[in-house]
Design a binder for this molecule. Sequence first.
Ligand code: FAD
Length: 290
Amino acid sequence: MRIADMLARSRPTVSFEFMAPRDESEVDVLERTVATLAGHGPDWVSVTYRVRTGEKTLELVTRIKRHYHIEAMAHLTCANTADRTRQILNWMEREGVANVLALRGDAPVSGEPFTPADPQLTHASDLITLVRRSGYRFGIGAACSAEKHPESPDLEHEFRYLHLKVESGADFLITQLFFDNKFYFDLVTRVRAAGITLPIVPGLMPIPSRRSLGVMTSMSGASVPAALQSAIDEAPDDEAIRALGVQHCITQCAELLETGVPGLHFYTFNRARAPIQILAALRGQQLLAS
Ligand code: FAD
C-alpha cells in the first residue's frame, strides 16, 4: 500500500526507521528490534540504504513485508549509476515493494563531500525524476530539513530544492530530526504558503547517547535547545541522557499530535526501548490509539 494513502487518513501513523546492518555483528540486535517493534503496531517502517549494504536493505524490506505483514519502504540514494538504479528499482518492483524514499544520500566518509556515481543523479530530485519518468508505480517519499541543511547557505536555498523534489513527483516528505517543534511548524507554514499540500511527517530521534547526539547533530544540522543541552551536560551517564531524550521526545510528540501531524516517524538506531516507552506514554495520555 502507498504510504501517502495511509498519511491521508485522519489517524496519525506511527513508523520506525531501521538501519540496514553494516556487518554480521549488527544482525542479531536488528532482528530482535524489528521483531519487538513489529509487536507495537507500526503502520509502516523504513530501512536505510548504503551502497555497500544495499542488498541488505532490499532483503530486510521484503522480509518485513512478508513475515510481519507491515508495509516497509526502502530508502534509495544517488550512490549508484542510473543503470544500476533502474536494476534496483526493477528488483523492488518484482518483490512487491510499494514505496521508495528517494534521497541523495550521505557521503560514505563523514565530513567529506558527497560524490555522485552518475552526473545524471546528483540530487534527490534527479532520483525522483528517474523513478517517475521510468514509469514505476512506487509511492515516493523525500527528505526535508526542518532546520538548515549543513550544506545549504540558507533556508531559501533549502526551500527552493524542496519545492523541486515536490514538482519532480514526491508524494510525501519526512523531516530530518529536530528537537524544537518550532522548526517543524515554521517549515509547514512555509510549505503551505507555497501551495504545497503534501503530508510532512516529523522525524524524531530519541537521543541514544552523548556520542550519537554529537554525530547526528553535526550530520543533520539540528540544534539542541539550551535547556535540553544543559540537562545533557549535567547528566552523569548515557543512561541518564537516554532517559532525558525519551522525556523530551514524549513532550515533542504530544505537542505535534495535538496540532494534527499526519504521523510520527522514529529514528530508532535499531533500539526498541525508547520508542516503546514513548508510544506507551502517548497511548497512556490518549494521544495515540492503542
Ligand atoms: P538533496 O535534496 O539532494 O539535498 C542535498 C543538498 O543539496 C541540500 O543542501 C539541498 O538544498 C541541495 N540541493 C538539492 N537539490 C539541488 C540542486 N538541484 N542544485 C543545487 N543544490 C541542490 N542518507 C543515506 O545515505 N542513506 C539513507 O538511507 C538515508 N536516509 C535518510 C532518511 C531521512 C528521513 C532523512 C531526513 C535523511 C536520510 N539520509 C540518508 C540523509 C540524507 O541523504 C542527507 O541528509 C543528505 O545530506 C541530503 O539528502 P536529500 O535527499 O535531502 O538530498
